[in-house]
Design a protein around this ligand. Structure first.
Ligand code: AHM
Ligand code: MG
Length: 343
């Protein structure tokens, strides 16, 4: 639903502060810092075509075995600095860093929150002007104050998230977040340099017409996924099928479209990626939280709710089925019936 008068991100955060369980203004300040970093990264992403110095690859390979783009590094540094400057965050787990970063300065050491972040998801799309995003997830620390935090502060199941969100750098830039009280979207208004409330209480349709999956991997998919794709393609006027296939290859953009229009996004495990591709902590958990808060569902395709998976590694991967409730449930039915059999 569109807002009737202009409200900025900071105004809305302050308004909602009292409804938040840890209402000390800290989370509000943290979200403001994330909004600030998003503006800086947005500015750089927008200039990518003009600034040869920021497009293309670095010589580094990250912990995922993927080559780092220069903008990956820029986004990682920008968000890390903004989070540290907030004084509320004591550590970060980033897709771009092998190990967790512990903020050991006087300002941050005792911060209440840890953040899991994918600073620039889909960055292989940057050079060709396709939408990319930042995904973040916020947890309370577990380690008592006065002691140094460790990996266990980050290895919490998604149900423990106190907030999560993404920024989509697209045809317009948006910040979408939840603190567990619904999913809310803000659109960046460049003339005033503010994120303005544009999508209050986002509700995703229970059913949609879009399925999003990299069909180039079809041959390696579990049988249940192949059968579900076939179901999506079959003709049935009662269920609005055939569905339409849309896949950008940029999780935030694919999810955002499906959130608004109704649809399902699937990244299953495959014969060559037996644990799936997407990372639980900083890709799947935050997206799952937002999906559920908008009335959708997120599972691993094997009957497990993403938010209840207990992580054992900060870069852990999982198969991922997310989107409109009825569509995820139907895909789950196919997985239950046909499972992993490979044809
Ligand atoms: P990245 O974090 O290295 O950018 O990879 C994650 C991206 C997602 O945005 C996207 O949905 C997926 O990888 C696309 O993978 P594929 O090219 O295998 O379809
Ligand atoms: Mg990513």
């Amino acid at each position: 639903m569109a807002a009737s008068r202009i409200l900025t991100l900071n105004e809305v955060i302050i308004q909602k502060q009292s409804a938040f369980p840890y209402a000390k203004g800290e989370l509000s300040r943290l979200l403001s810092h994330i909004g600030l970093a998003a503006k800086i990264v947005n500015n750089m992403v927008n200039k990518a075509g003009l600034e040869a110095s920021i497009i293309g690859e670095t010589n580094n390979i990250n912990v995922q075995g993927e080559s780092q783009q220069k903008l990956d590094v820029f986004a990682d540094e920008t968000f890390t600095k903004a989070l540290q400057a907030s004084g509320i965050v004591c550590g970060v787990a980033s897709e771009e860093k092998d190990e967790i970063i512990v903020f050991d300065d006087d300002l941050s050491r005792d911060g209440n929150y840890v953040i899991c972040i994918d600073p620039l998801d889909g960055s292989s799309n940057i050079d060709v002007n396709v939408s990319v995003g930042t995904i973040f997830s916020i947890y309370r620390r577990i380690t008592p104050h006065g002691q140094r935090i460790s990996k266990k502060d980050f290895l919490q199941p998604g149900i423990k998230q106190v907030a999560a969100g993404y920024i989509i750098y697209g045809s317009s830039t948006m910040l979408v977040y939840t603190t567990g009280l619904g999913t809310t979207g803000f659109t960046y208004e460049p003339s005033i340099g503010e994120f303005c409330l544009s999508h209050y209480f986002m509700v995703t349709p229970k059913s949609g017409k879009i399925y999003s999956i990299n069909e180039g991997n079809y041959i390696k998919f579990p049988l249940g996924v192949k059968k579900y794709i076939k179901y999506c393609q079959e003709n049935d006027p009662e269920t609005n099928r055939p569905y339409t296939s849309r896949y950008i290859g940029s999780l935030v953009a694919d999810f955002h479209r499906n959130l608004l229009k109704g649809g399902i996004y699937i990244y299953p495990k495959t014969a060559s990626s037996p644990n799936g591709k997407l990372r639980l902590l900083y890709e799947c958990n935050p997206i799952a939280f937002l999906a559920e808060q908008a009335g959708g569902l997120a599972t691993d395709g094997y009957g497990n709710r993403i938010l209840e998976i207990v992580p054992t590694d900060i870069h852990q991967r999982t198969s991922f089925f997310v989107g409109s409730k009825n569509m995820v449930e139907k895909a789950e039915e196919f997985m239950k019936e046909y499972g992993d059999g490979y044809e």
